[in-house]
Design a protein around this ligand. Structure first.
Ligand code: DSN
Length: 471
């Protein structure tokens, strides 16, 4: 029996001895993942080494603070883990500083916002009041600083253009930390309207400009965004959660690599980067001290076992095979887009430069909700997403977001992408909206069954975790 099979079987048996339902759920999840045509743009398959690095004693240790400056004793092994993860992250992204503690992308963004507010607002106020720390301020001084901090301006991409909730969406905490204004896309091209963005920045004068996205299918020119930020005196932050794997794999270079252009960059580690669920922050040295205080000022105690898995994932991404993988992710995405366009499916922006494709399902008479569920009934896992100027809002939506990181990890290539495009087109054309609701629809079960079988045939030559046999 190979080492992966032995390790996973033993772990599952240990779990089963305490709570069999959890052991069953773990095994069932592997079955589900093996059987799904997974096109969720933000998901992937971490390596067995990444997964196995998380099941151990590193989980038991409190280690608030950072390497060499902990609020707890006995952290030498966590120090090693965090230092190795930081070393790999800096080398991977050619970044002067990395922070690997955030538990998610949202946490990474909160750490970044907090660091920018501390650097740009708190520090000048402390100087003005002649104090060293906020705890030294009088109540009146503190009130003045709090008012100033809470009235700062952020310019981020709007949600329907592909931005993330944490880029200043009003119901999100970021929309309460900052007064936000959005930039969007040119309705004619579906691509970022840089001159319009520059005009908004000149007029609004934000403290921070946020680049990056969750559902934008094109490259972003980060050199231009930095130029705009410099012109208005803004800190430039990039949330590269979705495309970190394309940066790591050197698909996005020059003006399209955020790291040399942004003051601060945040990411998740589990999407195109293919690591454990988690986040990270890269920053220019002047922000390092503030980011280092992320835990415990913003985050709960670091997850030592997850930082260990991040170190493994960053090390894996430094190998030449990862660059090959990243290039294939984009080749597959473009093949998928071309397959859909050949079948007259409307795509936001007319195509893709990255790992994701955004389908406008409005021409099929469907909402995103109806399309998402009909595809799921047919064995194709996607997620609904708003599109620019979406008439159906953020819940029902008019879009379907699809991405290729997971299928590419499995080994599928451009030839299979045309077959996948055909399945999606077949389901969308075969789904009839039920006029009584934005959620209900009719889909011939025989068609759904046929597509499910075809999806299974496409996946069959590409077994997931072939070295893992749970019996
Ligand atoms: N949930 C992530 C995504 O799917 O893009 C963003 O937070």
């Amino acid at each position: 029996m190979n080492v992966e099979t032995t390790a996973f079987r033993a772990a599952i048996e240990a779990v089963r001895a305490v709570e069999p339902r959890i052991a069953d759920a773990i095994v069932e999840e592997l079955h589900d993942q093996r059987e799904s045509l997974k096109l969720i743009a933000s998901e992937n398959y971490a390596s067995p080494a990444v997964l196995l690095a998380m099941g151990n004693w590193l989980s038991d240790k409190y280690a608030e603070g950072t390497v060499g400056r902990r609020f707890y004793a006995g952290c030498r092994n966590i120090d090693t883990v965090e230092a190795v993860a930081v070393e790999h992250a800096k080398a991977l992204f050619d970044a002067p500083y990395a922070y690997v503690q955030p538990h998610s992308g949202i946490d990474a963004n909160l750490v970044a916002y907090w660091a920018v507010l501390a650097d740009r607002v708190e520090v000048p106020y402390l100087k003005k009041f002649g104090k060293r720390q906020v705890n030294d301020l009088s109540d009146a001084e503190w009130a003045e600083l709090r008012t100033a901090s809470g009235n700062q301006r952020m310019l981020g991409m709007s949600l329907d253009a592909g931005g993330h909730l944490t880029h200043g969406f009003r119901p999100n905490i970021s929309g309460k930390m900052f007064d936000q204004r959005s930039y969007g896309v040119d309705p004619a091209t579906g691509q970022i309207d840089y001159p319009a963005l520059r005009e908004i920045a000149r007029e609004f004068k934000p403290l921070v400009i946020v680049g990056g996205y969750s559902a934008y299918p094109r490259k972003v020119n980060f050199a231009t965004l930095r130029e705009i930020a410099d012109e208005v005196g803004a800190t430039f932050m990039v949330d590269m959660a979705h495309f970190a794997g394309l940066v790591a794999g050197k698909v996005f270079t020059g003006d399209y690599d955020p790291v040399p252009h942004a003051h601060i960059v945040t990411t998740t580690t589990h999407k195109s980067l293919r690591g454990p669920r988690g986040g990270a922050v890269l920053a220019q040295p002047e922000l390092a001290d503030q980011v280092d205080r992320g835990c415990p000022m913003v985050l709960g105690g670091p997850l030592g076992h997850v930082m260990a898995a991040k170190a493994i994932a960053f090390a894996e991404a430094r190998r030449p095979e990862f660059a090959t993988y990243a290039r294939q992710v984009v080749a597959n995405s473009q093949a998928l887009a071309e397959g859909l366009l050949r079948r007259d499916v409307r795509l936001v922006s007319g195509g893709t430069d990255n790992h994701l494709v955004l389908i406008d399902v409005h021409p099929f008479g469907l909402t995103g909700r109806q399309a998402e569920q009909a595809l799921l009934d047919s064995g194709v896992v996607t997620n609904r997403n708003a599109i620019p100027q979406d008439p159906n809002g953020a819940w029902y939506t008019s879009g379907i977001r699809i991405g290729t990181p997971a299928l590419t990890s499995r080994g599928l290539g451009v030839a299979e992408m045309d077959q996948v495009a055909d399945l999606i087109h077949t389901v969308l054309t075969g789904t009839v909206p039920d006029g009584s609701s934005k959620a209900r629809y009719h889909l011939d079960p025989a068609l759904a069954d046929r597509v499910s079988k075809q999806a299974a045939e496409i996946l069959a030559p590409y077994p997931l975790y072939p070295a893992v046999d749970l019996g």
